[in-house]
Design a protein around this ligand. Structure first.
Ligand SMILES: Nc1ncnc2c1ncn2[C@@H]1O[C@H](COP(=O)(O)OP(=O)(O)OP(=O)(O)O)[C@@H](O)[C@H]1O
Ligand SMILES: [Zn+2]
Length: 724
């Protein structure tokens, strides 16, 4: 009897394919194989073995196994299987995300494979083996006596063959297993433990011991030393064979962070981020897969790696929106981290100075244990936040007079300044002062951004760009001027006003080159007076002890947005950026320029009490019946015309059960046209996550079976971050 296996391919299709395993080697779930697919050969992952063959279909044989061990262990298959059904993304594409790029194609792992171990199933019984199959009975007995199981090498030494093992595996009496924990003692030097402050010590005591699942929400104000606490915790809880995962937002994964981890936790600290090349990825992936006791610091996709012995997970800056993938497999690394901790029966710590409303809600419901760290480390005190109403003040480069004076005083005192520009809605545009014409993107419903440096107009949603014009294309007038301020303009004005100090811009453009962010950080860390100017990027996680003044150019971006998450994100960003001030010995001060200093949210913000703000925002969410009080998903459609996109979603709407489901739309998306495609969306909400999931599963199956016109694209976004 030959074995039938079910295989997932790295393709955007919601189905699996059956093949006959012809090899002597019994295939296991998680193994990489080559299979014929259409006229080509494809790399696949075995997801099920011993499949009962469907009737009347001729199955093709598996071409070859790429390794004789599973690239993805059982745990990883399970996690990604769950994620595939939760996020409604095809299983094959989800599973392939757990492989390094080099292994997604048919490349073989050139280093020697880990010896595969085999163990009897707990309920295996010799009577289940046919009486005439003596060698199989003897092999099963041998494995049962061995306690932990045996490696294939050991089995072979006793004179058994692959086909005997194969037969037992097909009867589901034995299965592949992890090798026993190595008993070799580590020859590493004992490492230092960080010396904690009293407040940190108390928080550390409240963090749970390693054994068993627990989720802790660490609310630690900016500069409270959450990193120190993570280090202490990992040092305390991990044993010599354990693996740990520390998730961080991309920008926080600097060589300094890694060095800090290494000095306390040693060589087992490894990294995973977008700048690694394929070779480095493969090496790190192998260490994780082989069960080496690594402490992996990584960005979003690190949560998908095939760990085999996870003992602890940390998610730093857990509120950060970069944890949610915005396209393709739209998973939340934070949420998967919690799920993974559950599956591994290990603790997960979610840390932030501005926790997400989701996590605070989970803490309030008793699902997470909340631990507060409300003092800054060392002699640092929380900064004083002051609102500066700019309604009738003249601005230069976006800066009011009091703000400019504060910058001057700070620099004169030998300290550093950070100027934060809210990206949303404040990009500069080119306007004709005769007719009011503003340059727009021909492909998107958006204005072109004016780039001063090379006098270019660029679209931030597609690749379109054109040179800035002097003569208005509409009225022919010659009074075309940039309006609104961007990073570049503010930078230029600052450089003009403070020629004696460096003005350093931190944004996507200035940090794209490899190592450039590090150069910038080194300059700032030298401590000499300077002005940092930037967007979102300067707000995140940096520790610049000599920054004593933070100026927020305009706080109003999130106040009146249609996106229900905008107020939360605004408050988080403003408190995070404020938290960059006064982290060293000198006290910090924050000036927030606004046209709405009487807005209750901003007034509260100035008091610096995030938990109070979050309570208010949560109350509003509850009243509006919005997440986290409801489960939400969005069906998005993209088509050559808006009519086609809306008509498709209308059809989706009618296919959905009426109740108990709240449905909004179909409506055009906030950016209704992007790169020439028209976009619309349908928002679904339910009180029950499970119910919403079932509805979506049916919907996706239905939509996949009914072919849509080739130029229409649809996706489902579960727990969406952006709803505009
Ligand atoms: N126990 C300690 N002893 C001395 N210094 C400490 C201690 N804990 C933290 N620090 C210092 O305090 C500063 C802030 O720590 P850290 O960057 O970990 O803060 P954080 O909680 O992550 O803040 P944020 O949320 O703002 O990023 C760092 O310079 C760190 O070295
Ligand atoms: Zn465009």
């Amino acid at each position: 009897m030959s074995q039938i296996v079910r295989v997932a391919l790295n393709r955007p299709i919601r189905r699996l394919f059956d093949y006959i395993a012809t090899d002597e080697v019994p295939l296991q779930a998680g193994q990489r194989v080559q299979v014929p697919f259409g006229r080509y050969r494809a790399t696949g992952l075995v997801v099920e073995t011993n499949v009962v063959p469907p009737e009347g279909i001729d199955l093709k044989p598996v071409t070859s196994a790429l390794e004789d061990w599973p690239a993805l262990p059982e745990e990883t298959l399970e996690i990604l299987g769950w994620a595939s059904s939760y996020y409604q993304h095809p299983l094959g594409e989800c599973l392939f995300m757990a492989l390094p790029p080099a292994l997604r194609k048919g490349r073989t792992t050139d280093a020697p494979a880990a010896e595969q171990w085999w163990a009897p199933k707990p309920d295996a019984d010799c009577n289940q083996v046919p009486a005439n199959a003596h060698r199989q009975q003897q092999l099963l007995a041998l494995l049962q006596e061995s306690g932990h199981g045996l490696s294939w090498g050991q089995i072979k030494e006793k004179g058994f063959t692959r086909s005997q093992l194969n037969a037992l595996a097909q009867r589901a009496l034995v299965s592949a297993t992890e090798p026993p924990e190595s008993t070799a003692t580590s020859d590493q030097q004992p490492l230092a433990t960080p010396a904690l402050t009293t407040a940190q010590m108390e928080a550390a005591r409240a963090l749970p011991a390693r054994h068993g699942f627990s989720a802790s929400l660490l609310y630690g104000i900016t500069g409270s030393g959450k990193t120190e606490l993570y280090l202490h915790y990992l040092h305390r809880e991990l044993d010599d064979s354990g693996q740990a995962l520390v998730l961080v937002p991309e920008i926080n994964l600097t060589p300094q962070t890694v060095a800090r981890f290494r000095s306390y936790l040693g060589d087992r600290v490894v990294v995973w981020h977008s700048a690694l090349n394929d070779r480095q990825r493969l090496d790190t992936w192998r260490r994780v897969r082989n069960g080496e006791p690594v402490i992996l610091i990584g960005t979003r996709s690190a949560v998908l790696l095939p760990f085999t012995n996870l003992q602890a997970i940390v998610v730093d800056e857990e509120h950060d929106s970069s944890y949610k993938q915005g396209e393709g497999f739209r998973y939340s690394a934070r949420d998967l981290a919690v799920f993974r901790a559950q599956r591994n029966r290990c603790p997960v710590i979610l840390g932030s100075a501005t926790p997400s409303l989701e996590s605070l809600h989970n803490a309030a419901r008793g699902k997470y244990r909340q631990i507060n760290l409300t003092e800054r480390a060392g002699s640092a005190r929380p900064p004083a936040i002051q609102l500066l109403d700019i309604r009738s003040r003249p601005l230069t480069g976006g800066l009011s007079r009091p703000a400019t004076e504060a910058i001057r005083d700070t620099l004169a005192a030998g300290e550093q300044v950070l100027v934060y520009i809210n990206r949303r809605g404040f990009a500069p545009v080119l306007m004709c002062f005769d007719c009011g014409h503003i340059a727009e993107c021909p492909n998107c419903d958006t204005r072109l951004t004016y780039h001063r440096r090379d006098r270019a107009l660029r679209c931030h949603h597609c690749d379109y760009q054109q040179p800035a014009f002097h003569r208005c294309p509409k009225c022919g007038g010659e009074a075309c001027e940039p309006v609104g301020q961007g990073t570049e303009q503010t930078e230029a004005i600052l450089a003009e006003s403070f020629p004696e100090v460096p003005v350093i811009r931190i944004d996507r453009d200035s940090t794209q080159r490899k190592g450039s962010i590090q150069n910038i950080l080194d300059r700032v860390n030298s401590g000499e007076p300077c002005v940092l100017v930037g967007t979102q990027m300067v707000a995140k996680g940096h520790d610049f002890p000599n920054v004593t003044l933070v100026v927020v150019i305009n706080a109003d971006g999130g106040l009146f947005s249609v996106d229900f998450r905008a107020p939360e994100q605004m408050v988080q960003t403003l408190l995070q950026v404020s938290g960059r001030a006064g982290r060293g010995e000198k006290p910090g001060r924050v000036l927030i320029q606004t046209c709405h200093s009487d807005h209750p949210l901003l007034a509260r913000l100035a008091q610096g009490d995030y938990l109070a703000l979050a309570r208010q925002l949560l109350a509003e969410r509850e009243q509006g019946a919005l997440p986290p009080y409801r489960a939400m998903a969005i069906v998005r459609a993209e088509a050559p015309t808006m009519e086609a996109a809306l008509a498709f979603l209308e059809q989706v709407r009618t296919a959905l059960p009426e109740r108990p489901l709240d449905i909004w739309g179909p409506l055009p998306a906030a950016l209704a046209r992007k790169a020439g495609r028209h976009r619309a969306q349908l928002v679904l909400q339910s009180e029950s996550r499970g119910h919403l999931n079932r509805v979506l599963t049916q919907l996706c199956q239905h939509l996949e079976q009914h072919r849509q016109p080739g130029n229409l694209r649809w996706v489902v976004d579960v727990d969406p971050l952006e709803t505009g």
